[in-house]
Design a protein around this ligand. Structure first.
Ligand code: TTP
Ligand code: MG
Length: 348
């Protein structure tokens, strides 16, 4: 059966929440962040402001810019609410960040005509319940759905019904349209005069993999042809629960790193509790700007869902490390999981 995948992505997520909660900010250039812009309202984007830029630089571009501090706790709450709404459609969902997810809608059995209506209804429902807007892409795999959701952003939708339509659309575009083809890779490709998607078509898979390595070569060769076999990862077999955060701007001092870890811990912990699980092992992952990655884990005497106890163990793992180099990724996870009810039963 042909796959149909929907990708949703909330529009200027953090900023839209702040604007919703403070109508004075409506239609104004707003960014969310302390010293770095996490996101900019579409009004602020008109001035060339974007995420990962310093607030100082952003204010130079737009002196009347409104800067709102980040309230991660609130964004997590809104995100959880959106997840619960999406779960009403199907369970075949992979949430990939606070504001984004893939949904496998193949078995809903919608005709070509009905898909458009489905996406419209989805957007209306989300808007009705959250007073926020999102953009939707529908495609024949995750890759095409993801690219589609960006086409009519904000508050829009786009559908690729098949590979031909997809290739036809992307061939004239710059390579940055393809997720995973980053700045560094594009620099290398430019040296061979590969600027647009169509410039990469003449190269064989062998040529691309021998020039750029197996994974990068394959990614380019397959993506420009609309090939992506990866599944929406919705399986509920839980071996571990956790979250990672990648930072476009490095986190520098130890207190800041600890604070971020605490945020990630709080979010992961909530997921653990919601799934009624207890964890015996806790893990942290730290990736530095020089790409060196450290992972540490600790196994407790018995499984626990006690927040303090789990956090203490995470903290002892952090304290065992020297954190002098700036960090670009942090992660917290729990493994060796056991259902709370199972453990309770085993007590009898
Ligand atoms: P995105 O979906 O990348 O951006 P967005 O929702 O703000 O805007 P768009 O309409 O283009 O989808 O990220 C979602 C949220 O994640 C964003 O609102 C803020 C946060 N974020 C960071 O904290 N740091 C970052 O570097 C990025 C890119 C996003
Ligand atoms: Mg978004």
């Amino acid at each position: 059966m042909k796959r149909i995948i929907l990708h949703y992505d909330m529009d200027s997520f953090f900023a839209s929440i702040e604007i919703r909660d403070n109508p004075k900010l409506k239609n104004k250039p707003v960014v969310v962040g302390q010293s770095i812009v996490t996101t900019a309202s579409y009004e602020a984007r008109k001035f060339g402001i974007h995420s990962a830029m310093s607030v100082f630089e952003a204010k130079k571009l737009c002196p009347h810019l409104i800067v709102v501090p980040t309230d991660k706790e609130k964004y997590h709450r809104v995100s959880n609410f959106i997840h619960s709404l999406v779960f009403k459609i199907t369970k075949k969902i992979e949430f990939i960040s606070l504001d984004e997810g893939y949904i496998d809608i193949s078995d809903i059995g919608l005709s070509k005509e009905k898909l458009k209506k489905f996406a419209e209804t989805f957007r209306k429902r989300i808007n009705y319940h959250t007073k926020l807007t999102c953009s939707i892409g529908i495609g024949f795999n995750k890759l095409s759905a993801k690219i589609a959701s960006d086409i009519n952003k904000p508050n829009g939708q786009f559908i690729f019904y098949n590979e031909e339509e997809f290739i036809d659309f992307i061939k004239e575009k710059e390579l940055k349209i393809i997720p995973g083809i980053g700045k560094k890779y594009r620099e290398l490709l430019k040296k061979k005069n590969i600027h647009f998607v169509k410039d990469a078509f003449p190269y064989s898979l062998k040529e691309l993999t021998s020039a750029y390595g197996k994974s990068r070569g394959e990614l380019l060769y397959l993506s420009i042809r609309g090939i992506d076999y990866s599944e929406v990862d919705y399986k509920q077999e839980i071996f571990s629960i956790g979250n990672e955060n990648t930072y476009r701007y490095p986190i520098v001092s130890e207190p800041n790193i600890k604070k971020e870890i605490m945020d990630i811990f709080a979010y992961s912990y909530k997921r653990l509790v919601r799934k009624e699980l207890m964890a015996k092992t806790v893990h942290i992952k730290i990736k530095f700007v020089n790409n060196k990655t450290l992972t540490r884990s600790k196994t407790l005497f018995s499984p626990s869902d006690n927040e303090e106890k789990l956090y203490e163990n995470i903290e002892s793992l952090i304290d065992s490390l020297t954190l002098k180099t700036p960090v670009k990724l942090l992660g917290v996870s729990f493994s060796n999981l056991i259902k709370k009810s199972v453990r309770q039963l085993s007590f009898f």
